[in-house]
Design a binder for this molecule. Structure first.
Ligand SMILES: [Zn+2]
Length: 113
């Protein structure tokens, strides 16, 4: 499962951070997931639970912050929100779009003890 390996690398990163900042336990992990990141939130939550066992994240609550898919439309000269990576501009129907957001998959912050 793709989401499990994502969670394993997130937790590895948090474990490194725990060593650097000398905390022992994480209560909340907040991650930002863009609409086009290609991960399924339910699978991510499950992967996190499995991957966190026996780590500093054991028992932590995973909070997923959804970020919209964003693109800059050259015709409208503004940023628009897309429901699909290949969708046309919702305002003018044009296809000259520069993706600007939606691929995010990162830890936003942690609440630690
Ligand atoms: Zn447009």
């Amino acid at each position: 499962m793709h989401e499990l390996s994502i969670c394993q690398s997130l937790i590895d990163m948090i474990a490194d951070e725990a060593r650097r900042q000398a905390f022992n336990r994480v209560e909340v992990v907040r991650i930002e997931v863009g609409r086009f990141a290609g991960v399924e939130p339910g699978a991510l939550a499950f992967g996190f639970e499995v991957a966190s066992r026996g780590t500093v994240c054991d028992g932590a609550r995973l909070e997923i912050v959804d970020l919209p898919g964003l693109a800059y439309c050259f015709a409208c000269e503004e940023s628009v929100e897309l429901s699909d990576r290949l969708a046309p501009c919702p305002k003018c129907g044009g296809g000259r779009l520069q993706p600007t957001g939606g691929d995010e998959l990162r830890v936003k912050d942690l609440e630690v003890v």
